[in-house]
Design a protein around this ligand. Structure first.
Ligand SMILES: [Zn+2]
Length: 454
């Protein structure tokens, strides 16, 4: 009979989201966690804080909890017509939908014209602004200390432990894991560190998709079980799950990636040696170049080979003894995290949930017809509007994201699925939409297709 992996009770077991579901589009569950004492309590003890502090990031990546109907709110300062307004919103579109905002200097109130005119003592001091011609600048204060907080370390340890147990069919509490269990449940011990090694981080960047979570578990040469958790590709953590090789676990060399498109890709080996053996046997000598033998893959269609080589490289780097780790924030580790966040936030990732959200917030929920601002420089929005426009103009139904990628390629040229949308291109994309006298109807049609996409 299955029991809780934290306390061994067989009563009231529940499905625990290994990665909190507010942090991923690709849910993964461990069914052996008791409901009240462990599953629910963890969310109050540490997950809640991590989720709220990362709301700016999950919101920007269009990730939300399955339990919530809206995207997470976060505090930001919006500079509108020269004034700063500080508020907590889920979407910028909420700024102008009936809400009243007081500027941070306390001297101005912004809202719908009628509302403001009713409140204003002196009508001459009411100024009208056209929101379609506005440039809004958004500033977010990012609290990087969250990445080194006990709440984060316990959340990461929980992910590592529940994932390792799932991959090894652990369905009871075992003394082998007393240390990691004590840290997750009580905060006792220090099993987590942040990796600030450029080679390893670069290796993850090259081999994983943007904004995905990647988890790697392995048995070290010193016979420790380590689990690496690369959170959104923003921060890379190492967790010591067991100080020896637990005899009840046979899978000790594995990798799983959870992508923003809700995909889960994985490879599992019993030990590092079997992985290396398999990779070596996947190649044959394929002739010589300048006297050196070139190895080529036996099966060219083997998509998992890249992942296997990636795992080999990470293992070798981790075992090289030169990896720089820290438990406290350092200038270097903070710099890496900020760079990664900056990079992620400036990418317009096109996935199903992102398109649906954009269509709903910017087109379906808009009370008035869409008026594109030809001078505006909201590049990400211009690109999204253009995609909705293409869909409305050229598609009759949407089958999958690949079909949309093809459509973009046909109209913007093939660019390895990455498009840089700078101010110039943003203006050109808007011009192409505005040329069409019927663009409002086409955008509505596009938005409707996206909303009906199963
Ligand atoms: Zn329990």
């Amino acid at each position: 009979m299955a029991k809780c992996i934290y306390c061994g009770t067989e009563y009231n077991l529940s499905e625990s989201d290994i990665i909190p579901d507010a942090l991923t589009n690709a849910r993964i569950l461990n069914r052996n966690v008791c409901k009240t004492e462990h599953n629910n309590k963890f969310s109050d003890l540490f997950e809640y804080k991590v989720i709220s502090e990362l709301a700016f990031l999950t919101n920007s990546l269009d990730i939300k909890s399955s339990k919530s109907s809206s995207y997470p709110k976060y505090e930001a300062i919006y500079k509108i017509a020269g004034l700063d307004y500080s508020t907590k919103l889920s979407s910028e579109t909420e700024l102008f939908r009936g809400r009243k905002l007081r500027s941070t200097d306390g001297k101005h109130l912004m809202g719908l014209l009628n509302d403001i005119e009713n409140i204003a003592k002196d009508p001459n001091r009411v100024e009208q602004i056209d929101i379609n011609k506005l440039e809004i600048e958004k500033k977010i204060q990012i609290n990087t200390s969250i990445f080194f907080s006990e709440e984060m370390f316990r959340t990461i340890s929980k992910i590592a432990y529940e994932w390792y147990c799932l991959k090894n069919d652990i369905d009871d509490k075992y003394n082998d894991f007393t240390d990691i269990i004590d840290f997750i449940t009580l905060g006792v011990g220090q099993p987590v560190s942040v990796i600030e090694d450029i080679d390893i981080i670069g290796c993850f960047k090259q081999n994983t998709l943007l904004a995905s979570h990647c988890i790697i578990g392995y048995l070290s040469q010193n016979k420790n079980i380590y689990v690496l958790v690369n959170l959104f590709g923003v921060a890379l953590y190492k967790v010591e799950v067991c100080k020896f090789n637990p005899q009840l676990c046979k899978n000790n060399c594995m990798l799983q990636e959870f992508t923003i498109n809700s995909e889960r890709k994985e490879i599992i080996y019993e030990e590092p040696a079997s992985l290396f053996h398999d990779v070596q046997n996947s190649f044959v000598p394929g002739g010589k170049i300048n006297g050196a033998t070139v190895m080529i893959p036996i099966d060219l269609s083997d998509a998992s080979l890249q992942q296997k080589i990636f795992l080999c490289t990470v293992y070798q780097l981790m075992e090289s003894g030169c990896v720089v780790e820290t438990r406290e924030p350092t200038k270097n580790s903070i710099g890496i995290i900020i760079n990664n966040i900056d990079y992620l936030m400036n990418q317009g990732l096109i996935h199903k949930k992102a398109l649906k959200r954009f269509a709903k917030e910017y087109i379906m929920d808009s009370i008035e017809p869409i008026v594109l601002n030809p001078e505006g420089t909201k590049n990400k929005n211009a690109f999204m509007f253009f995609i909705v426009y293409l869909i409305g103009k050229y598609l009759e139904n949407i089958n999958d994201i690949e079909q949309i990628n093809q459509l973009i390629e046909e109209h913007l040229g093939k660019q390895n699925k990455e498009y840089t949308v700078n101010d110039d291109i943003s203006v050109k994309l808007k011009e192409r939409i505005l040329e069409d006298g019927d663009y409002n109807a086409v955008l509505s049609q596009g938005a409707t297709l996206i909303m009906n996409w199963e």
